[in-house]
Design a protein around this ligand. Structure first.
Ligand code: GH3
Ligand code: MG
Ligand code: MG
Length: 434
């Protein structure tokens, strides 16, 4: 501690000097009888003025350290210790603010990703960056069985660990994740891991695990390997991992919902085939692709024969069932690359990329025969006693060079099929003007 003190030394020198001067004058007067009264009075006056000025105005204030006693040193030591502690707390708080800021940014980024696969990849990268590890893996179920999860994407782990690896979400370990979803250190619960699959995970180097729980229901698992600096994960890092997994769970649930909505917007509700909106966009894309790569592309349009009669006789629900059956037969006939669409009402169409008119005609005939052969409910009510369809076929670039022209030509071919007696396939004629 530093205090301020007056410097009186100069004052004392002047005072002593003047006192000596007075003493000298007195001695001169005493021994030599020389009148020095005036000198004496003036000297006394000077002394008084100097002392007064020195006391009140002109003396410097100089800094001075307090005398050090042992008691005060101990006190200072305490203060230095406190300072260090405060600095440590400040450092920790700064790091936490930095981590929270990063977490906030990462969470915002993740919620903007609507494609589930892209989301999983970005999540893994975020985890690796935030928690300074170079190993992370995500387990998710397949569509078939939501209760079994498999490693679907990993970074930093050797793939050989994940051969035949799967976990059941009904495993008791998953009960450890309470509502707070705090991450679990696998090594700490090693004794409770009865399933061999968990031991595989430990062997592969997994340390922390946290569940993907979008709506209080476990949908998957995220696991982390060792930190880059080989140190243990701190409590706060485990909390960050839990928080991030929570964000990922919410973002994952949103992306699945978005995917479903997107699917619904392009799907026909009754038959599950693509709808007209998707058809238009997809045909446009396929024609562009066929143009770019010089490929064929065929289009088939078909319509149920005398469907009004079927509906009127057997009722609308029976008609709906028949439409669903057509869709099922159609799906079982197309290749993966073909696009089956409910064009509207009882009309359907199929886009056949890279198929020429001959292949498309073969496909159409195969489909027509399948429908004709299928025992539709009470089909004897139909004229001719059979439930049948008529089909029109046209091809790009043979019959049409634009999307609109291709649709018109296919429609014209279907019109021909109806007019030639139904239950048949017609190709567009080069000279067909309809
Ligand atoms: P054509 O052989 O000339 O095609 O005769 P059609 O009776 O099939 O033709 P029309 O256009 O006269 O009748 C189509 C019928 O399809 C009328 C309509 O009630 C029925 N329909 C359209 N959409 C649906 C649907 O979603 N469900 C059911 N049950 N019927 C539908
Ligand atoms: Mg029709
Ligand atoms: Mg019809």
């Amino acid at each position: 501690m530093i205090t301020m003190k007056r410097d009186n030394s100069l004052l004392w020198i002047i005072t002593i000097f003047l006192c000596l001067e007075i003493l000298l004058f007195v001695l001169i007067y005493y021994f030599f009888n020389i009148p020095v009264v005036f000198n004496l009075i003036s000297s006394v006056a000077v002394v008084i003025v100097v002392v007064w000025l020195g006391k009140n105005k002109f003396l410097r204030l100089i800094p001075q350290e307090k005398p050090k006693s042992t008691v005060k040193w101990a006190h200072d030591d305490n203060k230095i210790g406190m300072n260090e502690k405060l600095q440590n707390v400040t450092r920790k708080m700064r790091k936490q603010i930095y981590d929270l800021h990063n977490l906030f940014e990462v969470s915002i980024n993740l919620t903007t990703i609507l494609e589930p696969e892209q989301l999983i990849k970005s999540s893994i990268l975020s985890l690796i960056g935030q928690l300074r590890t170079n190993q992370a893996i995500v387990f998710l179920p397949t569509e078939k069985d939501p209760s079994i999860i498999y490693p679907i994407y990993s970074k930093g782990f050797s793939n050989r660990h994940w051969k035949n690896c799967f976990l059941s979400i009904n495993d008791p370990v998953f009960q450890k994740f309470d509502e707070k979803m705090i991450a679990v250190d696998l090594q700490k619960i090693e004794k409770e891991l009865l399933n061999k699959q968990w031991l595989k995970l430990i062997k592969s180097g997994i340390i922390l695990i946290a569940p993907i729980i979008p709506k209080k229901q476990i949908k998957g698992l995220i696991a982390l390997g060792q930190k880059m600096n080989q140190e243990l994960f701190t409590q706060s890092e485990q909390e960050i991992f839990s928080l991030l997994t929570h964000f990922i769970s919410v973002a994952f649930s949103n992306s699945i919902l978005y995917q479903k909505m997107e699917q619904i917007s392009i799907t026909d509700g009754l038959t599950g085939l693509y709808n007209y909106r998707y058809f238009k966009k997809r045909l446009e894309d396929e024609i562009l692709r066929a143009q770019r790569y010089n490929h064929f592309l065929s289009l088939i349009l078909f319509d149920v024969d005398h469907f009004k009669n079927y509906n009127d006789t057997l009722g609308h629900p029976a008609g709906d069932t028949a439409l669903k059956t057509i869709a099922r037969i159609l799906k079982s006939t197309i290749r993966n690359s073909d696009i089956a669409v409910r064009y509207g009402g009882e009309e359907f169409c199929v886009i056949l990329p890279e198929e020429d008119i001959k292949d498309a005609h073969n496909f159409a005939e195969r489909l027509r025969k399948k429908i004709e052969a299928h025992p539709f409910q009470k089909e004897e009510v139909q004229p001719g006693g059979k439930f049948t369809i008529s089909l029109g076929v046209a091809s790009f670039p043979e019959n049409a060079r634009s999307m609109r022209a291709l649709i018109d030509k296919t429609d014209a071919a279907l019109y021909d099929a109806k007019h030639q007696g139904r239950n048949r396939t017609c190709l567009i004629q080069q000279n067909n003007k309809k």
